[in-house]
Design a protein around this ligand. Structure first.
Ligand SMILES: Cc1cc2nc3c(=O)[nH]c(=O)nc-3n(C[C@H](O)[C@H](O)[C@H](O)COP(=O)(O)O)c2cc1C
Length: 419
């Protein structure tokens, strides 16, 4: 039944030759000042070569203030356009389409690491995962965020991206505006759901006004916030947000879940060694020594709890996604735990989604799309989370000792020796 996965799907006016996408994975492969590098392109070459119908980049910062991690790529200035163009040319060389995921990280950052004075967010509510206390944005700063999104989309267009994905999920800035726990504003941007969705809608409206109706614009949105404490959004409210975005001209929506302070429902999987790797080789290596020490001391207990609370299963956002699919006319993309053809086909054929998107199984097997097309079994991701544990500190890659040798041999044989 490969027809399901390789039947065309239209997003806006763009026809894609299949329904398995590479979702956003932050690369930690940019230069320190956010430019595209050869090392970054090396990661994408095999994924494009395998005929992946749509590649979504890792999140690209729209302004330095919106940058979340070291070696993240930016789309914040015109001087980034030539490097970004190399990226789109690489994808197009192999027939893949590529969307830029654009983002402002809001409070989910460490200002000292990024080199900014402070984090900005809708309200001054401390993030319990990063421990960052942001400052509430002024109305002028909100206006600048809208302009930064528009400028980023214009740069994406100039660099040859086939479309953009606006990040509205995972507790980053636009998601923070949506969520009552993080948005305590008393002005027109806070309070009722209508007010909390005002900024995401204004961003989309301004982007549409600038690029017209034909340029594909999609969003990534939570299917539920799943906060451990405080008032997060449930699926009913988020479906209303999606309907409003659709009315404003959105072309497609990818459904995920969670903020940083939700724990790990956004990824699920196994967490043994997770915090240890995060503080030694991931974004955590830039934290002050006492925080690193505390993380190491608590690592084993956290792994035990997380293994129990967030085990993986294929299509773990499917129950959310199905509700969006029932309420919307635009394509719905479901992310989360996919790695077998059967589960992907089942999700598409049973009304969960129109397409599936994949992060970790494609990091483990960059040829996943070709392997699915040909019925060949490649390296099988076991959701050890070594890749995400190292995000923001080491280049995105598969760090699973059990998979690596065969994976590297497979890539080398196909001529991708630099991976
Ligand atoms: C290494 C890594 C980096 C990620 N970076 C991003 C990102 O930049 N933007 C984003 O929206 N999600 C990011 N995610 C989350 C994924 O897009 C996806 O939602 C999540 O991993 C679940 O999909 P999976 O089960 O196929 O891995 C990242 C995940 C991983 C593993």
């Amino acid at each position: 039944m490969t027809e399901t996965l390789f039947s065309p799907l239209t997003i806006g006016k763009l026809e894609l030759p299949g329904r398995i996408f590479k979702t956003a994975t932050s690369e930690t492969r940019g230069s320190e000042d956010g430019f595209v590098t050869d090392e970054l392109l090396d990661f994408y070459a095999p994924i494009a070569w395998a005929g992946t119908p749509l590649i979504i980049t890792g999140n690209l910062y729209i302004s330095v203030q919106g940058k979340s991690t070291y070696r993240m790529c930016g789309i914040d200035n015109d001087d980034k356009i030539p490097g970004l163009t190399r990226w789109t040319e690489l994808a197009h060389q192999y027939g893949s389409r590529i969307f830029a995921q654009i983002n402002h990280c809001g409070r989910q950052m460490n200002p000292d690491v990024i080199g900014v004075k402070e984090a900005l967010a809708p309200s001054a509510v401390r993030d319990k995962a990063m421990l960052t206390k942001p400052r509430a944005m002024t109305l002028n700063e909100i206006e600048e965020v809208i302009e930064d999104h528009v400028a980023a989309v214009v740069r994406a267009q100039k660099a040859g991206f086939d479309g953009v994905q606006i990040h509205m999920a995972h507790g980053y800035l636009l998601s923070e505006f949506l969520t009552p726990q993080t948005n305590r504003r008393k002005d027109q941007y806070g309070g009722s759901l209508e007010n909390r969705m005002r900024l995401p809608l204004e961003v989309l409206r301004a982007v549409r006004k600038r690029v017209g109706p034909d340029y594909p614009v999609i969003a990534k949105l939570n299917g539920a916030d799943l906060l451990l404490q405080g008032k997060g959004l449930d699926t009913d409210e988020l479906v209303q947000v999606a309907q409003a975005l659709q009315a404003e001209g959105l072309d497609g929506i990818e459904i995920s879940c969670g903020h940083y302070e939700s724990g790990f429902p956004m990824i699920c999987g196994r967490f043994d060694g997770f915090l240890e790797a995060q503080v030694a080789e991931g974004a955590g290596k830039y934290l002050p020594a006492p925080m690193r020490m505390a993380a190491k001391l608590g690592a084993k207990a956290l792994a035990k709890r997380a293994n129990k609370a967030w085990p993986t299963r294929e299509g773990f956002n499917g129950d959310f996604s199905r509700q969006f699919k029932a309420a919307l006319d635009i394509p719905v993309i479901c992310v989360g735990g996919f790695h077998t053809r059967e589960a992907m086909e089942q999700a598409i054929n049973s009304g969960v989604c129109d397409a599936v998107s994949i992060a970790r199984a494609m990091i483990a097997d960059p040829f996943l799309v070709q392997h699915l097309r040909e019925g060949v079994e490649g390296p099988q991701c076991d959701f050890c989370n070594g890749c995400i544990a190292r995000a923001g500190g080491s280049p995105v890659d598969c760090y699973n000792d059990k998979l690596r040798p065969a994976r590297q041999a497979m890539l080398k044989e196909a001529g991708f020796d630099r991976m």
